[in-house]
Design a protein around this ligand. Sequence first.
Ligand SMILES: Cc1cc2nc3c(=O)[nH]c(=O)nc-3n(C[C@H](O)[C@H](O)[C@H](O)COP(=O)(O)OP(=O)(O)OC[C@H]3O[C@@H](n4cnc5c(N)ncnc54)[C@H](O)[C@@H]3O)c2cc1C
Length: 405
Amino acid sequence: MGLPRPVSPIGQRRDPALDAVTQALPERADVAVVGGGLIGLACAWRLAGRGLSVAVIERETVGCGASLAATGMLAPAAEHEPGSDPLLPLALDSLARWPGFRDDLEAASGLSIDYRADGTLVLAIGRDEVERLRFRYELQRRSGLDAGWLSGADVRRLEPGLRPSVTAGVHCPLDHQVDPRLVMAALVQACRGAGVTITERTPVTGLDWSGGRVTGLVTDHGSLRAGTVILAAGAWSGEGGLLPESLSLPVRPLKGQALALRTTRQTGTLSRMVWTEQVHMAPKGDGQLIVGATVEDCGFRAGVTAGGLYALLEGARRVLPGIEEMEVEAVWSGYRPTSDDDAPIIDTLAPGLVAATGHHRNGYLLAPVTADAVADLVAGGELPAVARPFTLVRFARPEPRRAAR
Ligand SMILES: Cc1cc2nc3c(=O)[nH]c(=O)nc-3n(C[C@H](O)[C@H](O)[C@H](O)COP(=O)(O)OP(=O)(O)OC[C@H]3O[C@@H](n4cnc5c(N)ncnc54)[C@H](O)[C@@H]3O)c2cc1C
């Protein structure tokens, strides 16, 4: 389709288990999913669990959009900020589903996803940051989130590798994390085991309509008839072409760059996720320390930049001097699928057409609730109550008032 590659070619984070997943495009399926990212695969797997035949069609390779670029934080408390209250019930519901989702996924795939329940430490450096952290902490407490205020000394007792310039911290014990590479590999295995067909390198170029409903899709390699099409095309869900103008979605890409460092006994590491105003850092079970992520509103401008990497490394070094000795193992970028209010869109767009997109920086956190909600919608005809605030209705402009005569 002539679109830029979604992930930088430098250091793509791809588990070998993701190689050779592709299968031939079937002629028909109960459900066809556009997009082989986290959301598309999670929905496909849950729908197959309801007894439906499911086909996933991916333009490039599984996970190449945002899903292999993510850090994998399931962090509703650390992420909580002014304006995110409407998302909180969905985020907490999904976090509560994660242990069950993990158990099902690990059992179905035979793979571990490195689920860690160590919590997050949000840090302040210097006096100004303490005031801003205090504001964030009070917001968390008002929203009913579990968060504990720590002095700089308390913080360093938990994470001895941090600099003495860390003046305070907030501990969010209920934030968890997973390893995206392992989650994506496990989802592919679980989908396969459930009979889902995954076809890579096959751009979907159009939808088939008949009698006002979607009846299938068209690709570069043939067409597929389907009872329901699910649009899970991530940051590309808002692009023209697939949907008629009247159904266009308010979704755009927000680029993020990140990198992976190799920790050793000599370099030391962190034992939980750490956030500062500049970066987040997340230690993984294989010894990598992920440092992320820039937020760039620059459209689909691919690649990793010196400025992006500098900002990440400088932000990390400001609190964790040990990174200077760590080897850089990978750098990459990806596009968060971001809606106009940063919350997901889970909705029936037209008969036979469902959208599951716009998960912005919370796709991993929200994957279990999204997949279950989409399965309820497609198999049972209704969204669960927790997902109902996330339909397109919320973006509708109020009708202008008629002037009184
Ligand atoms: C740097 C970074 C860090 C992040 N960290 C976190 C985190 O810590 N925690 C968290 O919860 N979330 C995080 N996220 C967000 C998370 O990665 C996303 O919300 C999530 O991966 C979105 O999944 P998706 O399946 O909707 O999109 P994608 O993974 O982008 O998948 C969409 C897929 O659709 C395909 N596609 C597009 N158009 C077509 C077409 N026409 N035909 C066929 N296929 C098509 C694309 O190639 C792509 O593979 C992060 C994101 C970034 C970029």
